[in-house]
Design a protein around this ligand. Structure first.
Ligand SMILES: Nc1ncnc2c1ncn2[C@@H]1O[C@H](COP(=O)(O)OP(=O)(O)OP(=O)(O)O)[C@@H](O)[C@H]1O
Ligand SMILES: [Mg+2]
Length: 461
């Protein structure tokens, strides 16, 4: 019986999901960082040009007796023009009076001091502009006055470049994520490889192989393997105890029964009257019945045990049938039943457990002999058929007497046709279980012309 494990989630999936989540967060952070740095770089570039333009204009301010005059150096704007199709504005103030330029160009929040430009962004004529403000003291009428120069530029080109860089950053983020996802899959596989290898190594073992797992495993798997080895050790000890018990139980039950039977035979012969003789006969019958039951119970226990602990080998069913026929020959001879063995040509080899198949054949032949009258014939045919070997056991006995064949294979179930023939009702149960263990088929039918036909098919593999 194989109980499949109940899976609760998957380590691989959990590992993959957490690694993918980590990769997504890192890619997102990378995207935001690259985009931020790019935007700042674009702004710094624009600021540098705006600042130099402001300084260039401020340096053209000249004080005179009539006040301050300026000759706007248009080269300053050509620098700005190179940046793109943006609009440029300027404003020159002496004190708070606009000397020239756009009088409504917004002033900085705090007045600039000196030629170190002060930069700020604001809205002007419905557009976002970046403004550089510089200040310079000029002599006007012999007195120093503060002159402020503002140079502004719209941000279309800067934003376009920042947008392009942001797209690149997004692509970079996606690329990093894809790479990380690939690595996550590879890592999950390599991390779980020892688990898969261990499972495969245990799965590949034959059912008898209860040796401890000796392969080297990662430390995390060591407690599991230690527990598994401990379990297999206990299982193997329990199984060998069962095997010993079955063998010993057979011996311990049958030996004293044989003694009782022998004593009863002597008592029967020495019995002074018919009543005692009848009593002794029924004692002998009960002993035979018990011995039979013990044999069949142990045979059944062995079959059940062997079904789990089988030793498969290539078996020639012709040879096997021959040895089983020989073993039953004395019982057949007692009733003068002719045991006819017909072994077909060709390969009659099946892969299976010798003890199981022998047990099935013995029980089939035993039934045929047991339920046949004296001086009849029992035929055992072994023939190769497509995919395996077919064994037919045919007798000219009493037939099934109307009993349902399917019901007769149940445990301890005997037919209505048994009369005084001893038996325990386990023979066909054993045959059915062997057929199932070998993945074969078993059928019991009435035979044409009287008798019974047992049909056992065993697949070659
Ligand atoms: N060849 C046969 N001819 C007639 N009846 C049969 C034959 N084989 C089996 N049966 C019927 O099927 C029943 C079940 O068979 P099964 O071999 O399981 O038990 P059993 O022979 O009664 O006992 P045992 O366990 O000792 O073999 C028998 O009791 C009998 O009624
Ligand atoms: Mg039987």
């Amino acid at each position: 019986m194989k109980a499949a494990a109940v899976p609760s989630g998957s380590i691989r999936r959990r590992l993959l999901l957490s690694m993918l989540a980590l990769a997504a967060v890192l890619s997102g952070l990378l995207y935001l960082t690259v985009r931020g740095v790019a935007a700042r770089a674009v702004e710094a570039t624009q600021d540098a040009v705006l600042g130099s333009a402001g300084i260039a204009i401020a340096e053209e301010l000249r004080g005179s007796e009539d006040g301050v005059e300026i000759d706007i150096p248009y080269t300053a704007f050509s620098m700005l023009g190179a940046v793109g199709q943006d609009r440029v504005f300027y404003r020159v103030l002496i004190g708070d009076v606009t000397l020239t330029g756009y009088a409504d160009l917004p002033l900085p929040a705090e007045p600039p001091s000196g030629l170190t430009p002060f930069f700020y962004s604001t809205t002007f004529q419905d557009e976002t502009v970046r403004i550089a403000a510089v200040e310079r003291a000029v002599l006007s009428d012999g007195r120093p006055v503060s002159a402020t120069v503002l140079v502004a530029q719209t941000r279309t080109a800067a934003e376009a470049i920042a947008g392009q860089l942001a797209n690149r950053a997004a692509l970079l983020g996606l690329g990093v994520f894809a790479l990380a996802a690939l690595l996550a899959v590879v890592t999950a596989r390599s991390v779980l490889a020892p688990v898969d290898e261990l499972a495969e190594a245990v799965r590949r073992r034959g059912p008898q192989d209860l040796r401890p797992v000796a392969r080297a495993v990662p430390v995390e798997l060591a407690p599991f393997v230690t527990a598994l080895n401990g379990f297999m050790g206990r299982l193997s000890a329990a199984l060998s105890r069962t095997e010993t018990f079955i063998a010993e139980a057979a011996h311990h039950i049958r030996t004293p029964l044989a003694v009782v039977r022998a004593e009863a035979e002597i008592a029967l012969r020495q019995a002074p009257d018919d009543a005692t003789r009848a009593r002794m006969r029924s004692v002998i019958r009960a002993v035979d019945d018990s011995a039979r039951s013990a044999t069949q119970l142990l045979d059944h226990a062995t079959v059940v045990y062997r079904t789990d602990q089988r030793t498969d080998e290539d078996l020639d069913l012709g040879d096997l049938a021959r040895s089983v026929t020989q073993a039953l020959a004395p019982a057949a001879d007692l009733k003068e039943i002719a045991l006819d063995l017909v072994v077909g040509d060709g390969p009659l080899v099946v892969r299976g457990d010798r003890l199981l198949i022998e047990s099935a054949l013995r029980n089939l032949l035993d039934n045929a002999v047991k339920y046949s009258g004296p001086e009849t014939e029992v035929r055992l045919t072994v023939a190769g058929v497509a995919g395996g070997v077919r064994v037919l056991v045919e007798d000219r006995g009493r037939g099934l007497g109307g009993s349902q064949p399917a019901a007769l294979t149940a445990r301890f179930r005997r037919g209505t046709n048994v009369d005084d023939i001893i038996g325990s009702g386990l023979g066909l149960t054993i045959v059915k279980e062997v057929a199932r263990a070998q993945r074969g088929a078993f059928r019991l039918t009435d035979r044409e012309g009287g008798g019974t036909c047992a049909d056992l098919f065993l697949p070659a593999h």
